[in-house]
Design a protein. Structure first.
Length: 409
């Protein structure tokens, strides 16, 4: 695949959006930015950073991406924090807070922050803000998690750090909190030229179908997600059992592991036990960077699911909408920003509801085709990487002009 340059995005994005990016970048030439998160692979945050960092550098900014180091105890704690912030009942101990603080302290001693702007992603490295007084940077905390109903203790622990930042970013209005610092909303986004999203030929799609021994004479319903209880893999299997009573179809649950998610193996094992011996419920454990396979699986599918119980945003929904697939998804987190019910897809609240909507689309394929077209345009307007970059540039520019209500560019 040929190297993609920024100018290539002008073919896809709205012209005015592309022009705004160039104008804003011109005002930020040479500014240094550091992005920090907890893993280089697995999950939407790492995927976005892999794509967006080179593009910002092409625009004339000097952007770096670093990850923190942590042990198993640390990632067990931050996984519990993640679930608790989503509102899941989780046992949180004082030891978890202690480990979180200690690992952040150790990383702070190893890292330098001499940039103009530092962007810290999610709870794992939030404590690096302790270095702010020794840094010339403006500091931003970027939250990718649904924090609408967070565990009070966990939020209180994080808040002591968050309030020291110069600004915060959330993915949806409902996630915002009462904070003494500015809050901005920036949607996550996909890269249309990435291996996971680029247009595939029929031969390429067929090669993925053959690789995973998927039929071409039955509907295929696919969910691509980590093996995570909040993605409701068990609910996907229960949905399959209800749909299978009425339609001869194949369900695919394709997932991988993230290095900062220690829960994945237990979830995978439970799903495998539930589905043991059922040849039409396929469980695929994909290695990191299986982007071509995921692209092919989504494009080979009749319907794409995202039956999450909690969700920060759900980039797998964005990916499927971009591929013009009808999406049936849980009405949680950032998903309703993407799935406009009965227009770009269908929102559900239960296993029974998901099964009913799948059956409806299988019986009315023309409805699914129309939703796919609408969904594609919705993504082009709001959820492509260029829109995400434009909003980051606006934030970076505002940080250079603190207290000014009007900034002339």
């Amino acid at each position: 695949m040929a190297e993609v340059k920024l100018k290539d995005y002008a073919q896809i994005t709205r012209p005015q959006n592309f022009e705004e990016i160039m104008l804003l970048a011109d005002r930020l030439q040479g500014k240094t930015v550091k992005m920090v998160n907890s893993t280089k692979d697995g999950g939407g945050v790492a995927e976005m950073l892999h794509r967006v960092v080179p593009l910002f550098n092409e625009l004339g900014l000097n952007m770096k991406w670093e990850t923190i180091e942590g042990n198993a105890e640390f990632f067990d704690a931050t996984k519990a924090f993640h679930n608790a912030l989503h509102g899941k009942e989780v046992e949180i101990t004082k030891e978890m807070f202690k480990v979180h603080n200690e690992v952040n302290d150790l990383n702070a001693k190893k890292m330098t922050f001499n940039e103009d702007i530092v962007v810290i992603h999610d709870p794992q490295p939030v404590g690096l803000i302790q270095m702010k007084d020794k840094s010339p940077a403006k500091w931003v905390w970027r939250c990718h998690i649904d924090t609408a109903t967070p565990h009070p203790q966990v939020w209180k622990h994080l808040e002591q750090y968050i309030t020291k930042y110069d600004a915060s970013i959330f993915s949806a209005p409902s996630f915002a909190k009462q904070l003494p610092i500015p809050q901005v909303m920036i949607y996550p986004a996909i890269d249309p030229f990435a291996e996971k999203n680029r247009i595939l030929t029929k031969a390429e799609i067929d090669s993925v179908r053959q690789k995973f021994d998927l039929p071409n004479d039955k509907p295929i319903i696919t969910q691509v997600s980590r093996f995570d209880y909040l993605k409701d893999p068990i609910g996907v299997f229960e949905t399959y059992k209800l749909v299978k009573k009425h339609h001869d179809c194949v369900f695919v649950y394709a997932g991988g592991a993230a290095s900062d998610d220690p829960e994945g193996t237990a979830v995978l094992n439970e799903l495998q036990e539930r589905a043991a011996g059922d040849k039409d419920f396929r469980i695929l454990l994909l290695p990191p960077f299986s982007d071509f396979d995921i692209n092919g699986l989504q494009r080979a599918s009749t319907i794409v699911m995202q039956k999450s119980l909690k969700e920060g945003f759900g980039l797998t929904v964005t990916e499927a909408l971009w591929k013009k697939k009808p999406v049936i998804a849980g009405a949680v987190g950032g998903i309703p920003l993407q799935v406009i019910n009965n227009f770009t897809g269908m929102l559900v609240h239960s296993v029974e509801g998901a099964a009913y909507k799948i059956r409806y689309l299988l019986n009315n394929p023309e409805v699914g085709e129309r939703m796919g077209e609408y969904g594609h345009e919705h993504v082009r307007e709001k959820f492509l990487l260029t829109r995400n970059m434009r909003n980051y540039l606006l934030l970076f520019l505002s940080l250079q002009h603190p207290g000014e209500s009007v900034i002339e560019i």
